[in-house]
Design a protein around this ligand. Sequence first.
Ligand code: PLP
Ligand code: COI
Length: 356
Amino acid sequence: MQITVTKNPNPGTMPPVDKLGFGAHFTDHMFVMDWQIDKGWYDARIVPFGPISLSPASNVFHYASEIFEGLKAYRTEDGTVQLFRPWDNIRRLNQSAERMGMPLVDEAFLLEAIKKLVALDQHWVPSAPGTSLYIRPNMFGTDPKLGVHGLHEAKLIVILSPVGSYYAEGMNPVKIMLETEDVRAVRGGTGFTKCGGNYAASLRAGNRAAEMGYSQVLWLDGVERKYIEEVGAMNVMFKIAGKVVTPALTGSILPGITRRSCIELMQSWGMPVEERLLSIDELLGAIENGTLEEAWGTGTAAVISPIGLLNYKGSEYVVNGGEIGPMAQKLYDELTGIQWGRNADPFGWTCKLPKE
Ligand code: PLP
Ligand code: COI
C-alpha cells in the first residue's frame, strides 16, 4: 500500500523545552488509515495534524473499541533520530487488537509508516537532555451503529508529541498509593492489552490518590487483592534482599517493553531477576525487616521512576529513605544511554532513521 503525503501549509513551532510537559503539544502531521471488513486497510496517508470527523454513533464512543501504543524517537548526539524497539510496540498493538476483536495490522507496513511520519516531522524531535518525541498510534472502531456487534469499520491514527518528563517530579522518587477498593483487571479480561477502557476504569482511583498527594496507584490483583500488579502507567520492580522481583505476566498486567528491557539488562549484569507473584504481605514484610532495598516503576513515558513512598491502607512506608537507589539509577543511566545513543546498543534495540 502506498502512503500519500499532504504537507501542512501552516507548520507550527516547537514550544520552549521547559514548557513541553507530556503529551500536550503535537507536530505538523499525522498518519491515518481506514479499515473496512470487506476491504481491509486502505487509504494510508500522512496529512496535517488536526481534528477528524466521526459519526456520534461511532462504536468507540459507546462501546470503547480502542487500543493504543506508546513509543519514542530520540535525538542522538550526532543529530540523528532513532526509535527504541518499535517492532515490539507494533507486535503488542496486534496482540491488543486480537484480544479486542479489532483488525490486525501488517507490522512491517506500520513500522514503515511510523518511520516515514517521524522522518517528515523529525525537526520536532527535541534535543535537550531527557526530552524525546512520543509516538502514539491508536486504533478505534468507527461503525456508526448502536448494536453491539463485531467491527465493520475502524481507523488507525499515529500522532507525535515532543515531550519532557512524564512526572512533575522528573527522576525524583514518586509517592504511590496501593489501591484496595477498585481493581484494574482480571485474568481473562483486557489487562494485558493497551485498551483505553483499562485507563478509563482506573481514573477514579487515580483521582482519589491525587487528592491525597500521590502520583499514581499501585494495583493489586482483581481476585484476591493480594498480589502486586502494576502502577497506572508503569510496571513495577522491587529489589529485595539482593534480588529483583517483578510481577509475572499473568494476563492482567501490561507486558511492558521497558520492563522486558530492564530484565534483559539486569540479567546481562548477572543480577538475579525473579518474575513471579509478589504478595502485599511479602512486600510489607520486606519493608518491616529491612530487606526491601529499592522500588521503581518502568515505562516508556515514565522511563525509570523510583518509588520513594508507598501508602497501604493509610500507613506510609518509606522506601530507601525516599531516595533514588543505585539499581534504579544504573538502569536509568544504561537504558537512557542506549535510547539517546550515548551507549553502545549490544541488544539491537534501536532503529536509526535516515538523516534529514
Ligand atoms: N503498564 C501500564 C498500565 C502502562 O500504561 C505502561 C505504559 O505503556 C506500562 C505498564 C509500561 O509499558 P512500556 O514499558 O511498554 O511503555
Ligand atoms: C506509555 O508509557 O507509553 C504510556 O502509554 C503511559 C501512559 C501515558 C498511558
